[in-house]
Design a protein around this ligand. Sequence first.
Ligand SMILES: [Zn+2]
Length: 276
Amino acid sequence: MAGVSVPLVPLVNQKTVTKETLLESQQQLELSISEITPLIEQQQEAYQQLIAKLPLKTEKELTFSVPEQFQGKTIYQVGLNSKDKIVALTFDDGPWPKTTNEVLYILKKHNIKATFFVLGTNVKNYSGRLKQIVEHGHAIGNHSWSHPYSYQNPSAAALEIDRTEDLLYKISGVKTSLFRPPGGFLNNGLAAYARKTNHAVVLWSSDSRDYYTSEQKLLNNVLKQAQSGGIILLHDGGGDRSKTVRALPTMITELKQRGYKFVTVPELLEIAVTAQ
Ligand SMILES: [Zn+2]
C-alpha cells in the first residue's frame, strides 16, 4: 500500500458543515428516532401478548428451591467426579435492555439453560425482560434490591431480599431460594439474612471478570478455571455487557468441545445430592 494515502475517517459527508446543515441533520436524526421508537414498543408489546397466550408454567417450574443440605450454606461449586463434566453459567445484575435478550438468544441457539441473579430495581424497570427469561425456562436467583456493598442492618437486609422476592413473585410467579450477595461480599449483613432464611448463598468458582476485562481475557478466565461442578460468573446487566455477549458463543462452543454440559444452579445442587 506504499504511496497510497487512505483517510482514517471516512469522508461520509463532504458538504461544508454550517449551522444550517447541522440543524438539518439533527432534525433528520430526531425524526428517525421518533419513527423507530414506536416500532420497538410495538415489538415488545407483541411479545408480551404472545407470552400472555402461552400456557402458564406450573408452580413447580417457577419454584427454584434448594436441597436441604445446601439451605443456609455458602456454595462456590459442588463436589463432583472429574469425569462428570457439568458447569452452571450464571448471569448477574439484570434484567437489562438489549443484552439480556442477546444472552437469551445465544443460550436458546445452543439449547442451554442458565441461572439469572436479578436485581429488584431492574425487575421493576424491565419486568417484560424478566418474563422473557422465565419463559425461556432459565432459573432465577435473588441478587438484592439495590446492589449495596455497605453494611446493612438486619431490617435493611431483610428489605433488600424480601422486597425483591415479593416483586419477583408478583410479576412472574417465581419463588427462589437462591441468593447471590452483591460483589460476593459475605459480611455486610445480606448473606447472614439469606442464610438465616434458608437460602443457598451462591458464589462462584470461575470469575470471568467481565465487568472490567477484555473479551479475550474474560474468555480465557472462564476456560482456564472451568471444572466439574463449577459455577461461572458472568453479567448480563448493570452496564455495557457487549463484551460478554460477544465472548459467549465461543465460550459455550469451547466448553462443549471439552465435554462440558450446562445446567442451572438448582439442577447442579440436585446432581450433587444424587452423586453422593
Ligand atoms: Zn452484581
